[in-house]
Design a protein around this ligand. Sequence first.
Ligand code: ATP
Length: 218
Amino acid sequence: MSDRALGLFGGTFDPVHFGHLRLAEEARSALGLEQVLWLPSGQPPHRPAPRATADHRLEMVRLAIEGNPGFALDAAEAQSAATSYTVTTLERLRSLHGLNRPLVLLLGADAFAGLASWHRWRDLLALTHLAVATRPGHSLESRFLPAELQGEFQARLTHDAQVLSQAPAGAILTFNISALEISGTWIRGALATAGSARYLLPDPVLDYIARHRLYHLN
Ligand code: ATP
């Protein structure tokens, strides 16, 4: 089994869009990841139930990443009836890939700012590194982070992406990506009011949404 760093990218992907795809693609090349494993959530604990079912969100991610050998899909969270906890998924992946394989959890700046509310969040950094991508409208300055996160952030922050390949877990790195002000919320709103979401997400995903009328009001 490879010892190169594996990227892990979770989300509701309701629906998946180019903001997600650029984050994963830019992380893979900037951080030297062997692959990015996409992890669509089942029922996430911190937020209202996604609009589309887990099966539909899984299928949309499958369509979006098709043809990119640097991406792979892990369907376990989406196919489980249990609440999706990242720490549980990381424990499963850690036992699958062994203690030495570097794992790098990819997060947007907004998701990182909410980390301290995640189930067993302090255990996460024993299992994985964190790589936090910039996102328009969300600051990564330490003083804007919740107090409990600031200490971990300052103690573990590195600016050297090589660290991610040299240890299996424990570092936090921030990285810049192309700023794309795209969100699932905006796309769902546009589709519900018969607006256009074209060029914000891949055409096969848009076709899938139209065929199954996922976000339309009637
Ligand atoms: P919603 O608007 O429904 O909350 P979202 O567009 O933020 O959805 P999620 O599935 O919640 O998408 O996000 C998955 C991950 O992708 C999170 O870590 C989030 O920070 C990151 N992300 C989503 N969109 C962007 C973007 N445009 N730029 C950078 N990061 C993003």
